[in-house]
Design a protein around this ligand. Structure first.
Ligand code: IMP
Length: 500
């Protein structure tokens, strides 16, 4: 006879925290959000910690090298999406590890054949007043000129005027040569009174732009997540199919933490993958996703450094509807945390737990931590920001960004699923959607972190570990059904927006 759980499975929205005494030392400024991401023995320090309990989802629409830099600057870690070629994922790792503050890859690019109208459209979309003009319109094409608002007058110039006729041509540009330091770049900017310095390689191809306004901003990241060589830390998603080739390439490129990306991680494939990585490389690896004690213990015994929890709670996820597997996210976290705490008691080894998916409100993060998760993984949250890799569009007068699941046909990520050996998805487990555009990562994250710290003070806690010990949590109602379907996104198939 089947086993029946006695309790219904519950989600974060069904719980609230009950405040404890707030002492006078308990102010948001005194709260420390450092948290472990790799297992460690009692009385020892974890080898890798996050400065804030945030990681970004292993998704095409969320985690590329730009997101990885932005998140590391703010103390968290991105897991670069794995549904791309091994070479391009390794290249992203290299870009993050080689990132030099102040050197940005150009986001607004056109060819000389584009028009003034194209410049204005791009300006409205990206908010940048500097457009690089390259031979092929790519951020790393041969640099032919630059357009800024000083180069045209909308009242006089016709909107169909080609860019080549009003851009500042390469021959008149001051530029830096690839390899120069930020200080040298800034010296050129000041000496020539520039707003933007293009940097080119030996073939005149654009590599970066350096902006005058960024100079001070580069000192603004007191919480940066750095490795021992002062480079940003970066994670990467892997799968259980091509790990024999993918993992060596990622390690060679300098990746700090791997995670196996799968909707159901309680499998022999995952155990094999974890064992291979632990036997052959000195790199951290997380495994999952699981939603119960058995899944947790199985992956821990195979050697995983952290365990990821959650099936079916993601905003774009339709796994529960399609396959009928999953568990309310709060119940899953609670059971796995209990298993983790017992395992710690017995063995003295602490296994960090990541709550993945289904975070809708900022307070859900605090609840996940209070329930015993050490950090969270978020997709929808980060997809809304400037730094996510997807297009920003204007839909019905509002700006949105695209956000699609790794199990949608669009992602073509068959490695993530058990497809019976076929290199195609048999059915979708994710939707293609829009999320409201929300601005810059830093602005939003600072607000979210402010809320978390403030709630922690309500609970009389100055660290995540203290919150986990002291939290008092109450059930409020049963609304977990909402989490089972696509939620908090605008489904594309039900809308008739245009992309202008
Ligand atoms: P969100 O933060 O609620 O948007 O959830 C993000 C999480 O959803 C990811 O970290 C994955 O665990 C999960 N996920 C990503 N793509 C899919 C999909 O297509 N189907 C089901 N789950 C997905």
């Amino acid at each position: 006879m089947a086993y029946y759980y006695e309790e219904a499975s519950r989600t974060f929205s069904e719980y609230l925290l009950v405040p404890n005494l707030t002492t006078k030392q308990c102010t948001p400024a005194n709260v420390d959000l450092k948290t472990p991401i790799s297992k460690f023995k009692r009385d020892e320090q974890p080898e890798i910690e996050l400065n804030i309990p945030f990681t970004s989802a292993v998704m095409q629409a969320v985690s590329d090298d730009r997101m990885a830099v932005a998140l590391a600057q703010n103390g968290g870690l991105a897991f670069l999406f794995g549904s791309q070629s091994i070479e391009s994922q390794a290249e992203m790792v290299r870009k993050v590890k080689g990132y030099k503050a102040g050197f940005v890859v150009s986001r607004s690019n056109l060819t000389p054949d584009h028009t003034l109208q194209d410049v204005l459209d791009l300006k409205e979309l990206n908010g940048h007043s500097t457009v690089a003009v390259t031979e092929d319109g790519t951020p790393t094409g041969k640099l032919l000129g630059i357009v800024t608002s000083r180069d045209y007058r909308i009242s006089r110039d016709k909107l169909d005027k080609p860019v080549r006729e009003f851009m500042t041509p390469f021959s008149s540009l001051i530029y830096g040569k690839a390899g120069l330091s930020l200080k040298e770049a800034n010296d050129l900017i000041w000496e020539h009174k520039l707003n933007t310095l293009p940097v080119i390689d030996e073939n005149q191809r654009l590599t970066h732009l350096v902006f005058r306004k960024d100079y001070d901003r580069n000192k603004e990241y007191p919480n940066e997540l750095l490795d021992g060589n002062k480079r940003y830390r970066v994670g990467a998603g892997i799968n259980t199919k091509d790990y024999l080739n993918r993992v060596p390439a990622l390690v060679e490129a300098g990746v700090d933490v791997l995670v196996i990306d799968s909707s159901d991680g309680y499998s022999e494939w995952q155990a094999d993958t974890v064992k291979y990585v632990k036997e052959n490389f000195n790199v951290k690896i997380g495994a999952g996703n699981v939603v119960d004690r058995e899944g947790f213990l199985y992956l821990v015994q195979s050697g995983a450094d952290f365990i990821k929890v959650g099936i079916g709670g993601g905003s774009i996820c339709i796994t529960r509807e399609q396959k009928g597997i999953g568990r309310g996210q709060a119940s899953a976290v609670q059971e796995v945390v209990k298993a983790r705490d017992e395992y710690f008691e017995e063995t003295g080894v602490y296994i960090p737990i990541c709550s993945d998916g289904g975070i809708v409100h900022d307070y859900h993060v605090t609840l996940a931590l209070a329930m015993g998760a050490d950090f969270v993984m978020l997709g929808r949250y980060f997809a809304r920001f400037d730094e996510s890799p997807t297009k920003k569009l204007k839909v019905g007068g509002n700006f949105v960004k695209e956000y699609w699941g790794e199990g949608s046909n669009r992602a073509r990520n068959w490695e993530r699923y058990d497809t019976g050996g076929k290199q195609t998805l048999l059915f979708e487990e994710g939707v293609d959607s829009y999320v409201p555009y929300a601005g810059s990562l830093k602005e939003n994250l600072d607000k979210t972190l402010g809320k978390i710290k403030s709630t922690m003070c309500n609970c009389g806690s100055l660290s995540i570990a203290e919150l986990q010990r002291k939290a008092r949590i109450t059930l409020v109602s049963a609304t977990s059904l909402v989490e089972g379907g696509a939620h908090d996104v605008i489904l594309k198939e039900n809308t008739s927006f245009s992309a202008d």
